[in-house]
Write a protein that binds this ligand. Structure first.
Ligand code: ADP
Ligand code: MG
Length: 315
C-alpha cells in the first residue's frame, strides 16, 4: 500500500515535469521560428515597431508574417481595384492590448478616401430613378451647345445663394426628349449633396403608380418624404396618366406645402407649362381647367421657366 501511494504522488510530479519540459520545448520552437522569420530584415523592423518583448511577439509569428505581407502590398499599392490583400481595401494589422496582440482588418487610406468621396450619395433619395445619375456632374455637362448656358448660369447662382432658410426658386425645365434635362438637374443635386444638402429625385409617373399601390402600407411616409425634402425634382411631369386623385390629392398638396415652406422644387417635362395645364385639366372625371390652372400657378411660384432644346443624346 505504501509503495503504491508513493508512486501516485511521485507520478503527479513526474507529469508536471514532463509538461514543463514540453512547454519549454514549445518556447524554443516558437523562438526558433520567430528568429528564422527575422532573417528578413524588413520583417524584423516591422515587429520592432510593436512595443512588446520578443517572448511575447514570438507567439504570433505566423500572424505577424501575414500582417507584414499585407503591409508590403500596401506600400506597393496601385489603387483599390488592384488591391492584393485578402480583404480588398483592408490590411491585417496587429494591435497591442496590454501584453497581448490582437489582429484585425483595418480600412486603408484609399478606401477611406473613396468612402468619403462617395458619402454625398447618402444625401440623395431616389424614387424610381436610375442610380447612375449619382455620377452626373457639372464638370461633364456638354458645353458644345449654347442651349445649356442659361441653365448652368442659374445653377451657379443657385449654389451660391442657397441656404436652407432662404432657398432660391427651382427650375421648370421643359424641352425635347433626350436633351439632357434630367442629367442636368441630377448634376446640380450631386453638387448640393457634396455640400451636405439633402434631396429627392422622383420619376413622377412611376412614383404615382407606386404611391397608389402603397395605400395600405407606407403611403404617408413616402408622401411626406417627397413633400418635405429640402430639394426636390419631379422628373417628367406631364408624362403620367393624370387623374383627379393625382392632381388634387398628390401634386396639389405637395406643391402647396413646398410653396408655404419655401422649399426649392425642380421639374423636368417634355411639355411647356401651357401644355401641362391642358394635360392636367383632362382627367377621367370631368375636365377641370380651374384646378389645373391652380397647379400651374403653384409651379410658377416655385420655379423659373427655362427651356432646353437640343439633340437627343440617348443612344
Ligand atoms: P431628358 O431628361 O432630357 O430626356 P436625359 O437627361 O435623360 O434627357 O439625357 C439623355 C441621355 O444623355 C442620358 O443617357 C444621359 O445620361 C445622357 N446625357 C445627357 N447629358 C449628358 C452629359 N452632359 N454628359 C453625359 N451624358 C449626358
Ligand atoms: Mg428626363
Amino acid at each position: 500500500m505504501r509503495a503504491i501511494r508513493y508512486n501516485i504522488n511521485s507520478g503527479g510530479g513526474y507529469m508536471k515535469t514532463i509538461k514543463s519540459l514540453i512547454d519549454k520545448q514549445d518556447d524554443i520552437d516558437l523562438a526558433h521560428s520567430f528568429y528564422d522569420a527575422c532573417s528578413n530584415k524588413e520583417f524584423k523592423c516591422f515587429t520592432e515597431q510593436i512595443d512588446l518583448p520578443q517572448q511575447i511577439l514570438q507567439n504570433y509569428t505566423s500572424s505577424l508574417e501575414d500582417a507584414y505581407i499585407e503591409s508590403c502590398n500596401c506600400k506597393k499599392c496601385r489603387g483599390l481595384s488592384s488591391c492584393k490583400n485578402k480583404v480588398k481595401g483592408y490590411y491585417y494589422y496587429p494591435i497591442k492590448e496590454n501584453q497581448i496582440l490582437n489582429f484585425s482588418y483595418v480600412a486603408c487610406e484609399k478606401l477611406k478616401e473613396k468612402e468619403q468621396k462617395e458619402k454625398y450619395k447618402e444625401n440623395i433619395e431616389f424614387y424610381e430613378m436610375p442610380k447612375d445619375l449619382l455620377e452626373a456632374s457639372l464638370k461633364n455637362v456638354y458645353k458644345d451647345d449654347k442651349a445649356r448656358l442659361p441653365i448652368i448660369k442659374y445653377f451657379g447662382e443657385f449654389m451660391e445663394t442657397y441656404t436652407e432658410k432662404n432657398p432660391p426658386k427651382g427650375i421648370y425645365l421643359t424641352g425635347s426628349f433626350g436633351s439632357g434635362k434630367t442629367y442636368l438637374i441630377a448634376a446640380l443635386f450631386n453638387e448640393m449633396a457634396k455640400k451636405n444638402y439633402k434631396s429627392a429625385m422622383v420619376y413622377y409617373p412611376e412614383f404615382l403608380r407606386s404611391l397608389k399601390s402603397s395605400f395600405q402600407t407606407d403611403y404617408t411616409d413616402k408622401f411626406n418624404y417627397i413633400k418635405k425634402s429640402p430639394l426636390l425634382l419631379l422628373d417628367d411631369i406631364g408624362a403620367e396618366n393624370c387623374s383627379s386623385w393625382s392632381r388634387d390629392e398628390v401634386l396639389g398638396p405637395i406643391l402647396q406645402y413646398r410653396m408655404e415652406n419655401h422649399l426649392s422644387t425642380f421639374f423636368t417635362s417634355n411639355l411647356t407649362l401651357k401644355e401641362l395645364e391642358l394635360a392636367l385639366s383632362i382627367t377621367n372625371s370631368a375636365p377641370d381647367r380651374v384646378k389645373a390652372r391652380r397647379i400651374i400657378e403653384r409651379i410658377k411660384q416655385l420655379t423659373i421657366n427655362l427651356e432646353l432644346v437640343s439633340k437627343n443624346r440617348r443612344n
